[in-house]
Design a protein around this ligand. Structure first.
Ligand SMILES: Cc1ncc(COP(=O)(O)O)c(C=O)c1O
Length: 386
C-alpha cells in the first residue's frame, strides 16, 4: 500500500491501480508534527481523547475506547462482557478471521451462521436455530460496508438475553434505518487499518453508550490498573492503547470522513452503471433500509460468467488492476479444521462467495479514469471469454 507516486506502469502504459490506498494529507502531517514537537508520542495526549470523543459522536455512541487494532477492539469488547469458556458467540461464516479469533482468545465457542446471498451479511432467518442457552453474544459483521439487517438480530438477542456486538471494522458511516453502524448493538468495534475508510495506520475502537461497559473496557485496555492505587491490578488487563500519533492521524482523517464516504459511494455507483450488463456477474446491493459505504466494491463471478474468479484475478492483474479475493469462510480455515471446529458443517452461500468473489480497486482516491479503465478491462475479458 504505497503512495500514489509509487504506482508502477503496466506494459500498456497504464498506471497500476492498487486495490486500496489511504488518502493522507497536510492536516495529518500537521497533527503528527504537533505530537512530535510537544513530545506527546505515547498513549497519553489530547489527540487520543479527542479522537475517541469525536469518532464515538460520529457513530452516535456516547463513548469511544481507542485500541491498537480492530482485532484487539473485538477482543476487548468480548473481554469487557466477560465472555469465557462455556459461552457461545454467534458470528457469520463469511467474515475475516479476526472476528472468529477474538471469540477464540476468550476460550468461547464460535457458532456460525450462513450468509445472505444478496448482502453477503449474516442471514438473520438462519439465526434462531443457532441460539442455545449458552449464547452470550451475537456478533454480526457489516461485510464490505453494507449494514446487517439489525432489527431481527436485536430482537432475537433480546429474547435470549444475549448481547449484540457489531463488527463494524469495514463500515464506518454505514447506516441501518438511519442509525450509524457501531451504535445499533450494545457495543460496536472498528478497525483503522490503512485500507479502512478512515485510518490510523494500525488501530481500532470500541464504541458504546453504556457507561459501565465503557469504563470496564477503558480499564481493561490499559492493563486494568487500579485507579486509586497504581500497580495494583484487579483484573487481567491488556495493553491495547492507541498512541497519540495514531490518534492524530485518525482525527485528521475523521475531519474528512464525509468526503471519503461520498467518494466510496460515487465509485460504487460508477462501477454499477458500467458493469451492470455483464452476464453472470453479481454486484453489491444497497437494501432500501441501508446506506452502504462500499468499503470494498465486491463482485461475484457466478456459474454463468464466461470466466471463473480464479482466472479473472490474474487476467486483471496482467492489465495492471489489483484485486483481492473474498474471505475464505471461517469453517474452511485450516486452523479451525486442526482444532476440530465445525466438523462436517456446511455454509453453502459463504462457500460460494469465498470461491467466486473478489473486490475491485475501491480506495477513496480512485479516479473516474481508473474506474472506467477497470470496467473496460472486465468488458474485454468477458468478450474474450465468450
Ligand atoms: C470484518 C473485520 N473484522 C476485524 C478486522 C480486524 O481489524 P484489524 O486488521 O485492524 O485488526 C478486519 C480487518 O480488516 C475486518 O475486515
Amino acid at each position: 500500500m504505497g503512495g500514489k507516486e509509487s504506482r508502477d506502469r503496466t506494459p500498456s502504459g497504464h498506471r497500476q491501480i492498487p486495490v486500496c490506498e489511504p488518502v493522507i494529507g497536510e492536516q495529518e502531517l500537521r497533527y503528527v508534527t504537533d505530537c512530535v514537537k510537544t513530545n506527546w508520542i505515547s498513549s497519553k495526549g489530547r489527540y487520543v481523547t479527542e479522537f475517541e470523543a469525536q469518532f464515538a459522536a460520529y457513530c452516535g455512541a456516547k463513548e469511544g475506547i481507542a485500541t491498537t487494532s480492530g482485532t484487539t477492539a473485538l477482543h476487548l469488547a468480548l473481554a469487557t462482557l466477560k465472555v469465557g469458556p462455556g459461552d457461545e458467540v454467534i458470528l457469520p461464516a463469511f467474515t475475516m478471521m479476526a472476528t472468529a479469533f477474538a471469540v477464540m482468545y476468550c476460550g468461547a465457542r464460535p457458532v456460525l451462521v450462513d450468509a445472505d446471498p444478496e448482502t453477503w451479511n449474516m442471514d438473520p432467518s438462519l439465526l434462531a436455530e443457532k441460539i442455545t442457552g449458552k449464547t452470550r453474544v451475537i456478533l454480526p459483521v457489516h461485510i464490505y460496508g453494507h449494514p446487517c439487517d439489525m432489527d431481527p438480530i436485536r430482537e432475537l438477542a433480546g429474547d435470549h438475553r444475549a448481547v449484540v456486538v457489531e463488527d463494524a471494522a469495514e463500515a464506518h458511516g454505514a447506516e441501518y434505518r438511519g442509525r450509524r453502524a457501531g451504535s445499533i448493538g450494545q457495543i460496536g468495534c472498528f478497525s483503522f487499518y490503512a485500507n479502512k475508510i478512515i485510518t490510523t495506520g494500525e488501530g481500532g475502537m470500541v464504541v458504546t453508550s453504556d457507561p459501565a461497559l465503557a469504563s470496564r473496557a477503558r480499564a481493561l485496555k490499559d492493563l486494568a490498573f487500579d485507579p486509586m492505587k497504581r500497580f495494583l491490578h484487579t483484573d487481567v488487563g491488556f495493553n491495547y492503547r492507541m498512541t497519540n500519533i495514531q490518534a492524530a492521524i485518525g482525527l485528521a482523517q475523521l475531519e474528512r470522513i464525509d468526503t471519503f464516504v461520498a467518494a466510496r459511494r460515487a465509485t460504487a455507483a460508477r462501477y454499477t452503471a458500467l458493469l451492470g450488463d455483464l452476464p453472470g456477474l453479481r454486484l453489491p446491493v444497497e437494501k432500501p433500509w441501508a446506506r452502504n459505504v462500499y468499503w470494498m466494491y465486491g463482485i461475484v463471478a457466478g456459474k454463468d460468467a464466461p470466466v471463473s474468479r480464479d482466472r479473472l484475478a490474474p487476467l486483471l492483474a496482467a492489465r495492471g488492476v489489483e484485486t483481492r479475493t473474498f474471505f475464505v469462510p471461517v469453517h474452511q480455515q485450516p486452523v479451525c479444521r486442526d482444532l476440530g471446529l465445525f466438523r462436517g458443517e456446511r455454509y453453502p452461500v459463504a462457500e460460494e462467495l469465498g470461491k467466486n468473489g473478489l473486490y475491485l480497486p475501491s480506495g477513496s482516491g480512485l479516479t473516474g479514469e481508473e474506474i472506467k479503465y477497470t470496467s473496460r478491462c472486465l468488458h474485454g475479458i468477458w468478450e474474450q471469454g465468450r
